[in-house]
Design a binder for this molecule. Structure first.
Ligand code: ZN
Length: 196
């Protein structure tokens, strides 16, 4: 049971982890809190955007699109490794996922298969969208993977979580494939090393 950190604290922990952060517009108050709850928070979710080009990617993640209003995450992690803050609070990134997965994230135990869509993830997860086409061909530069590792570790460090509190969208919601192109187990091992 953890309350979301403040926007200022979120910015601080990301910078303290050595990340180059770009603040986009009114990110601190750009959220979906008017349509549902934000918190308690239990983990961090990693996504790919299926876009190319950082400016376009950041704009879509901030504004959303027809049928899915933004913000679509809290931070966008560009191929260069820069992290763009587009929103803070409830964001449209996680959708409905599996309550058994949420229980495992809370307990920091092994993940069960995600085979139900019965639980509001936007309430409970910090979300990072990563610039990638998600086709299995588009490369993941080391600078980008490094920022994913640092951003997830920064949130875990603040809350006293370990790397099992970090999941991919594909581990949460049936039918999702993101992130594609690197393994979440490998990323969790990197995060755990960083936290140690
Ligand atoms: Zn996703």
């Amino acid at each position: 049971m953890a309350s979301p950190m403040s926007a200022s604290r979120f910015l601080d922990v990301l910078r303290d982890e050595g990340i180059s952060v770009v603040q986009v517009g009114d990110w601190r108050t750009h959220n979906r809190n008017h349509v549902g709850p934000w918190g308690p928070v239990h983990g961090v979710m990693i996504h790919h955007t299926v876009t190319s080009g950082t400016a376009k990617t950041v704009r879509i993640c901030r504004d959303g699109y027809a049928g899915l209003p933004g913000p679509l995450c809290h931070g966008v992690i560009a191929k260069s490794g820069s992290l763009h803050l587009v929103g803070y609070g409830r964001a449209n990134h996680a959708g409905l996922g599996d309550d058994d997965v949420l229980r495992a994230v809370i307990a920091e135990t092994a993940l069960p298969p995600d085979n139900e869509s019965n639980t509001d993830g936007n309430r409970h997860f910090y979300g990072f969208e990563c610039e990638n086409l998600g086709d299995g061909q588009d490369p993941w530069p080391e600078a980008q993977l490094d920022t994913i590792e640092r951003a997830a570790a920064a949130v875990c460090r603040h809350h006293g979580w370990n790397s099992r509190s970090v999941i991919g969208h594909l581990e949460w919601q049936p039918g999702k494939i993101d992130p594609r192109g690197f393994s979440m187990n490998t990323m969790r091992a990197r995060i755990q090393d960083r936290l140690a």
